[in-house]
Design a binder for this molecule. Structure first.
Ligand SMILES: NC(=O)c1ccc[n+]([C@@H]2O[C@H](COP(=O)([O-])OP(=O)(O)OC[C@H]3O[C@@H](n4cnc5c(N)ncnc54)[C@H](OP(=O)(O)O)[C@@H]3O)[C@@H](O)[C@H]2O)c1
Length: 287
């Protein structure tokens, strides 16, 4: 009987705690989202704007970014474009410094921009490996390092990082992409361990399949774009659904979040049933 009462009390405490967390909103916060010209990033921008945040949206395509800003005008007039190339470390650094000088603070940094690959490791030039690392990994690291001291001084900062299920296991034609997405875990988990007592939150997202342009822009072995929607990706969840789950997870201060549908089972297969994972990987055509 006492055990039953304890369980009921625990249930109510956790229910109301979750309800309280969901009520938290980003009104008055400054949120900077990279990769916001399309897909997941553009949907994140909409949701943060709806909550009353000042939203800085970034990508290296000024026109597309301006299109997103215009679309959000009916939701918020506090959305601003910051155009820069994630693949150029000097530009990333100078942009972060400019943003801090102009807006005074960034409370939430969404390191979301990225590029994928469709090329065998043996055919991928080291230059291409470095390009992917620069865009998918180092750019966000540079931003985090520049913004972190001010976040700590303010006693609050949240860094959201879009990794991938490719950051959980290897897969054919994804060596550079999977390497960059794995690296994010090592860096941000350590950064969290060093700074969580100073008010810094970190949430790592591992989406599975989300119906965006990611496969169109994925790099082939010759550096050209893949230019196709992958059939699997086409069956993925919508970017809007992905963005909603991301923000919900951030409000709950979750650290490591899988987002997607049936494809997420691969993460568990890789973790708990290695022989099956090896069989599945061996059946993927590489040519
Ligand atoms: N879709 C999925 O199934 C899936 C699954 C797991 C993880 N993810 C991750 O989710 C994130 C967002 O991708 P998405 O799916 O929303 O695809 P997307 O629509 O192609 O968005 C990618 C974003 O990254 C930006 N970007 C790429 N290269 C850039 C560069 N050099 N400089 C500045 N911005 C650059 C793009 O902006 P431009 O306009 O400048 O090209 C675009 O805004 C990526 O990190 C991706 O790896 C996606």
């Amino acid at each position: 009987m006492a055990l039953n009462n304890g369980c009921i009390q625990l249930f109510y405490i956790s229910y109301f705690y979750r309800k309280f967390q969901n009520k938290m909103n980003y009104s008055g916060k400054t949120v900077w989202i990279t990769g916001a010209s399309s897909g997941i990033g553009a949907e994140l921008a909409k949701l943060f704007a709806q909550e009353g945040a000042r939203v800085l949206i970034s990508s290296h395509e000024a026109e597309e970014l301006e299109g997103v800003r215009k679309e959000l005008e009916s939701v918020s007039t506090d959305v601003h474009t910051v155009v820069f190339n994630l693949g150029d470390p000097d530009e990333v650094k100078s942009t972060a410094e400019k943003v801090l000088a102009e807006y005074g603070r960034v409370d939430v940094l969404m390191n979301n921009g990225g590029i994928s690959t469709r090329a065998e490791a043996i055919e991928t030039s080291i230059e291409m490996d470095r390009t992917v690392m620069e865009i998918d990994y180092f750019s966000g690291v540079i931003l985090a390092k520049i913004l972190l001291p001010a976040m700590i001084e303010n006693g609050y900062g949240h860094i959201g990082v879009t990794s991938s299920i490719s950051g959980k296991f290897g897969w054919p034609l994804r060596s550079a992409y999977a390497a960059a997405k794995h690296a994010l875990f090592g860096f941000y988990k350590s950064l969290w361990a060093e700074n969580n007592k100073k008010g810094i939150r970190v949430t790592l997202f591992s989406p599975g399949r989300v119906r965006t342009n990611i496969s169109y822009h994925a790099l082939l072995k010759d550096g050209k774009e893949h230019g196709k929607m992958d059939p699997g990706l086409d069956k993925g969840i919508t970017p809007a659904a992905c963005a909603r789950k991301m923000i919900k997870a951030m409000k709950r201060n979750r650290k490591d979040v899988l987002i997607g549908s049936t494809e997420l089972i691969m993460v568990w297969i890789h973790k708990y049933c290695k022989p099956l994972y090896h069989r599945m990987v061996n059946r993927v055509p590489v040519n």
